[in-house]
Ligand binder design. Structure first.
Ligand SMILES: Cc1cc2nc3c(=O)[nH]c(=O)nc-3n(C[C@H](O)[C@H](O)[C@H](O)COP(=O)(O)O)c2cc1C
Length: 332
């Protein structure tokens, strides 16, 4: 199943293997892409990944996880990002980008969040956002979405996971506001409304969520699916299911540990989902799709160490996928 194509709207994915967003912290302090990004994403495209979702890219300099995040907060960023898109396309992948504001987890002098509650560790106490701060961030997401379209991305993923700003609003553990935003869905909807007003209808709009927090009082697949259902009329096409990241708890991870969460979100929302987590075996991924736990599978860390996983191992599942022509003499 992993190597069967899938079509969402007008976009054809040659297979269901996804490289999930993974921050490389390798941009310069102005957030510009460089040769590393071209090589990094180009290599995974050459390795046969159907959909590459570029790392969390900051919509605002104050929403960066680190000063070396990629940025999309100014029109000057578009040229470098377009180069990444062209490299992904030229080597056969569908090009996605994740856009993010890191909220209270931004390593900046004055982080902001829904409430003045710290993440802990050496993270600073965030300032509780005013309504103006909220509207400014919503506008930053909108501008970022417009630039992502200009750069040529096919898939826009809004980062609503891992304890960054949107998720901070969604989790009762980090949102204790008293105003209209005490229900985090309201903020998510404003972001989605702004983004979908500029993101072309024919392109794919995705949302990454943490669907479980492994601690009492945190979000659950049910509550997260309710939030998704509240915004899905805004043109949401795909959900990328992850977990955790908003509180310091230890997660017992094992191969496929988030697939059950993906299945629950898929069933409760009726939307296609990308599932994954510690998956290195192609058979496990294929079975997850076959048993309808998810529609696509992400392979994160394994692709950092083995960009050619798919072209080298598809044949183990009986599939012949296109091997890069110049490399054929090295084929196993
Ligand atoms: C180096 C690194 C950077 C990551 N950066 C992001 C990110 O930018 N956005 C995001 O949603 N998840 C991020 N993640 C999480 C991955 O997308 C993925 O969900 C996680 O690694 C689990 O999948 P895996 O076990 O296949 O690696 C990152 C993970 C790693 C290892």
């Amino acid at each position: 199943m992993l190597f069967n194509p899938i079509k969402i709207k007008e976009t054809e994915f040659k297979n269901r293997a996804v490289m999930p967003p993974m921050c490389m912290y390798s941009a310069n302090e102005l957030g510009f892409a460089n040769d590393f990004h071209m090589i990094h994403y180009g290599t995974r495209a050459l390795g046969g990944v159907g959909l590459i979702i570029q790392e969390a890219t900051a919509v605002d300099p104050d929403g960066r996880i680190t000063v070396n995040d990629l940025g999309i907060w100014s029109d000057e960023h578009v040229k470098g990002l377009k180069h990444i898109v062209d490299v992904m396309h030229a080597n056969g992948s569908v090009a996605g980008i994740q856009i993010n504001h890191a909220g209270r987890k931004a390593k900046v002098d004055h982080p902001i969040g829904p409430s003045a509650i710290t993440y802990g560790g050496d993270y600073k106490m965030p300032k509780e956002m005013t309504v103006k701060d909220i509207k400014d961030v919503v506008k930053a997401f909108k501008e970022a979405a417009r630039r992502a379209d200009e750069a040529g991305y096919d898939v826009l993923e809004i980062h609503g996971a891992h304890g960054y700003l949107i998720f901070e609003f969604l989790s009762p553990l980090s949102n204790q506001r008293k105003d209209q935003y005490k229900d985090g869905k309201v903020f998510l909807r404003e972001v989605m409304e702004a983004v979908s007003s500029v993101w072309p209808k024919e392109k794919i709009l995705a949302l990454r969520v943490s669907s479980y927090e492994y601690i009492e009082g945190g979000v659950t697949p049910e509550s997260i699916s309710e939030a998704i259902n509240y915004v899905k009329d805004l043109g949401l096409d795909l959900i990328d299911v992850s977990s955790g990241g908003n509180v310091l708890v230890k997660i017992k991870a094992f191969p496929g540990y988030q697939l059950d969460l993906a299945k629950q979100v898929k069933e409760l929302t009726g939307l296609p989902v990308i599932g994954g987590g510690l998956i290195t075996e192609l058979t496990l991924a294929s079975n997850a799709i076959g048993s309808k736990q998810c529609d696509m599978v992400y392979f994160g860390r394994v692709l950092l160490r083995d960009p050619y996983l798919f072209i080298n191992h598809a044949s183990d599942l009986g599939y012949e996928i296109k091997y890069p022509e110049p490399y054929i003499r090295g084929k196993k």
